[in-house]
Design a protein around this ligand. Structure first.
Ligand SMILES: C[S@@+](CC[C@H](N)C(=O)[O-])C[C@H]1O[C@@H](n2cnc3c(N)ncnc32)[C@H](O)[C@@H]1O
Length: 245
């Protein structure tokens, strides 16, 4: 199913920027970078799951010294091929356990990537690993969806999240295990390609508890990058936990 690069192998990496094109739109990226610049202050930032540099490259251009952790050499190769991509130090490994030199004022994990850790133990380890890398007063910022269970009719396990002429996406829920497999189907060059990734979803409150286990506490929770309020209707959250001074 997948190799040492995880689910973001050569085939996925080759098309990542194209298939996530709407996430590269400056209208999406700019508010992310603005908030991250503010939280990094005059310190260094660490991106977990840095990928092809969608956020890291514009953040570096804004003058924030940035490091990354990334499992997939195929994704890293795409970052390296971009202008400025050679200048960002990246450790290859699992961000739940990989240690990099020095401390950071900001660590961040965007685009639902915390859910790529498919066990509670791995997610807890990730919070602990981040806390160990933060300076006192530093913060961990996560962007992730609120589990979509309110939109899953009782007894059903599949929900469409994208339907268009050439692309279809279905989430398959395993409610008993907080498991979710996102199935992506896309017509590429006249052929149907499939990409299925397993996730573990978690409620905001469970993430707060993971932060607490790692010695951090919630500073802010918004529903978007422009500090929109988080409400019962919010479909995602941008949360910031801080390490005590
Ligand atoms: C959805 S992509 C996001 C990439 C980038 N952060 C962005 O916003 O475009 C998730 C990335 O996290 C990486 N990743 C997933 N699980 C990981 C893990 N346990 N350790 C390190 N990297 C991981 C994947 O290889 C992939 O590059």
């Amino acid at each position: 199913m997948h190799d040492e690069d995880g689910y973001f192998d050569e085939r996925v990496a080759a098309r990542y920027d194209e298939s996530a094109a709407e996430m590269f739109d400056p209208a999406v990226v700019d508010p992310v970078v603005d908030l991250l610049v503010e939280h990094a202050g005059s310190g260094r930032a660490l991106e977990l799951g840095i990928g092809t540099g969608r956020i890291a490259l514009p953040l570096a251009q804004r003058g924030v010294p940035i490091h990354g952790i990334e499992l997939s050499k195929a994704m890293l190769a795409r970052l390296r091929a971009k202008p400025g991509g050679e200048d960002i130090p990246v450790a290859i490994g699992d961000f739940a356990t990989t240690i990099v030199d020095g401390t950071f004022s900001l660590a961040y994990l965007v685009f639902n990537t915390i859910m790529n850790l498919t066990t509670q133990a791995a997610q807890v380890a990730c919070f602990r690993n981040v806390a160990a890398h933060l300076e006192p007063g530093g913060c961990f910022l996560v962007e992730v969806g609120v589990p979509g269970l309110q939109r899953l009719p009782p007894g059903e396990t599949i929900r469409a999240f994208h339907v268009s002429e050439t692309r279809w996406g279905f989430d398959e829920f395993d409610v008993a295990r907080q498991g979710l497999i996102s199935h992506h189907f896309e017509i590429v060059d006249g052929r149907l390609e499939r990409f299925s990734v397993p996730f573990r979803y978690a409620w905001p409150s469970e993430l707060d508890l993971m932060a607490q286990l790692a010695g951090m506490s919630l500073r802010d929770r918004w529903s978007g990058w422009k500090r929109e309020p988080f409400t019962s209707d919010s479909r995602k959250h941008v949360s910031v936990w801080e390490k005590p001074v």
